[in-house]
Design a protein around this ligand. Sequence first.
Ligand SMILES: *Cc1c(COP(=O)(O)O)cnc(C)c1O
Length: 396
Amino acid sequence: MPITPLMPVYPRCGVRPVRGEGCYLIGEDGTRYLDFASGIAVNLLGHGHPHLTAKLQEQVATLMHVSNLYGSPQGEQLAQRLIDVTFADTVFFTNSGAEAVECAIKTARRYHFVNGNPERTTLITFQNAFHGRTLGTISATDQDKMRGGFEPLLPGFAYAPFDDLAAAEALVDETTAGFLVEPIQGEGGIRPASRAFLHGLRRICDERGLMLVLDEVQCGVARTGAMYAHELYDVRPDIVATAKGIGGGFPLGACLATEEAAKGMVAGTHGSTYGGNPLAMAAGNAVLDVILEPGFLEQVQASGERLRQALEQMIPNHDTLFDSVRGTGLMLGLKMKTDSRRFVAHLRDHHHVLTVAAGENVVRVLPPLIIEQSHIDEFVATVSEAARLYVPPADE
Ligand SMILES: *Cc1c(COP(=O)(O)O)cnc(C)c1O
């Protein structure tokens, strides 16, 4: 077999979407799918949202790209709006989540460098974390499946068990720059950190002058019903990487930082040719227009609560398959007692409902944030019917 035109790094399934309508995707063969995957927590306004579409169309015809050699009224506007609603004082725009994490890592290292502590380079990260696929971000995870064959990786990372404060504290030494952590692990299986853990990391950072770097690429941007997940914990970060939902489907990420944390990021230290171009800024601004409308976050919380309750009510009817529901807002995980990957495929192929498998046999439930009660009803009824008809593999 010759190699496929698309480098075969993904085990792609048979769904071949060609069109989207709100919470549905339509395949090449006309099949309609209820999309509770949202392009992995990206399409937070669903598909073809009128406001996002109109703003992008307008910007495409006006000005698409100019480079960062010039002033950016569009970027200043989006950055200021993000600053107004977050902990941040300054923003660097990227084209992806991994680049946002890269910028966060560089910002943390530069902070110590300009403070006269160039030996403080190591970020303590956590088992089962996912931070992206660049050499830097695969170095920041301990997962062999992402690292194998790509050595030598970057030095400057240490790994502790997730949610284990004592283990994290034990790794701190004079070379530590800070912690890099997902408040809610996404790929790792929708695992929320405990309050005590995140507050403990903050305390250690305060005591030792370290950077608390949060990877909110998946859990950020209204997904949990808060603008950023750390707000639910009342934890103050120094640096946050954000992406996925922030462009509503347009490739966009950002590194948010306090003035103090960003003090090393002066002219010439970092850059991106595309980062923050006018088209990307139009996407980001259009997404913010919608999610900052009064009542939007409350609506996400309410939808999340109704979806969680409906799933929890379903579990006793299928208690050989399902264990529990975890997560918050519309970042939910259905923990299974059997292989979740296989069930996700069953749901997709036989019941035309899209979800995403994650670690620890979790089915990730990541609908567009604009879902209505009818979508929740349809989802839960279909998952329940799919569970009734599902035959788990005999060897389990
Ligand atoms: C998806 C993800 C990334 C990587 O984002 P890309 O846009 O794929 O580079 C990083 N961190 C977390 C937590 C993610 O979920």
